[in-house]
Design a protein around this ligand. Structure first.
Ligand code: GRF
Length: 205
């Protein structure tokens, strides 16, 4: 039973995918807390509708990123969270936060990393003219979208695609691989060698 904390800044469809997977018993666990830096995040509404505890933490009340993250870490620890999922969370974590939950923070990114890290990944992909893009779930380290890769899924970029249509195609895959990654983590099937994430096969014996 994995205890998940989710950080989200926006509409929260990835959060919803996790909520649904838990309801459908695809993930053996619960989300005990959803935290946002945006008081209007639709993700907060989704959480409340599902009786999940929510916090909006206003960044302006803090001296710097680390002080802000200390508050978040405090809330996550209070809930005894095992795994932190960044699901459309728009802030970069401080080294303090990364250390506090070393190898226990994952992020979903809408491109095939290491291509197109950072903001507007789908726009970057369209502009560059790649024929294939996709999404990546990775562990979070101190860089931007640079941690060990857990799963990736490719999506074809068609001639008629624009940023919006590509984002839509990628989003569907995001929901799948994010849920899959959480399943693997909850089944303790991942281990990290250097920066390679290895998935252990299930021992059927
Ligand atoms: C997704 O595209 C995710 O990859 C990126 O932010 C977006 C969040 O979407 N990090 P949602 O809020 O989960 O709908």
């Amino acid at each position: 039973m994995i205890n998940i904390g989710v950080l989200a800044s926006g509409r929260g469809t990835n959060l919803q995918a996790i909520i649904n997977a838990i309801k459908e018993n695809k993930i053996e666990g619960k989300i005990s807390i959803v935290i946002s830096d945006n008081k209007d995040a639709y993700a907060l509404k989704r959480a409340k509708e599902n009786q999940i505890k929510t916090y909006y933490i206003d960044f302006t009340g803090f001296k710097n990123r680390e002080e802000y993250d200390k508050r978040i870490v405090e809330y996550l620890r209070k809930e005894e969270v095992d795994l932190v999922v960044l699901a459309g969370y728009m802030k970069i974590l401080s080294p303090y936060f990364v250390k506090a939950f070393q190898h226990r923070i994952i992020n979903i990114h809408p491109a095939l990393l290491p291509s197109f890290p950072g903001l507007h990944a789908q726009r970057q992909a369209i502009k560059y003219g790649v024929k294939i893009s996709g999404c990546t779930v990775h562990f979070v380290d101190e860089g931007v979208d640079s941690g060990p890769i857990i799963l990736q899924k490719a999506v074809e970029v068609d001639d008629g695609d624009d940023e919006e249509s590509l984002a839509k195609k990628i989003l569907q895959q995001e929901h799948q691989i994010l849920v899959r990654a959480i399943q693997l983590i909850s089944e303790r099937r991942l281990y990290i060698q250097e920066r390679r994430v290895v998935i252990k096969e299930v021992d059927l014996k």
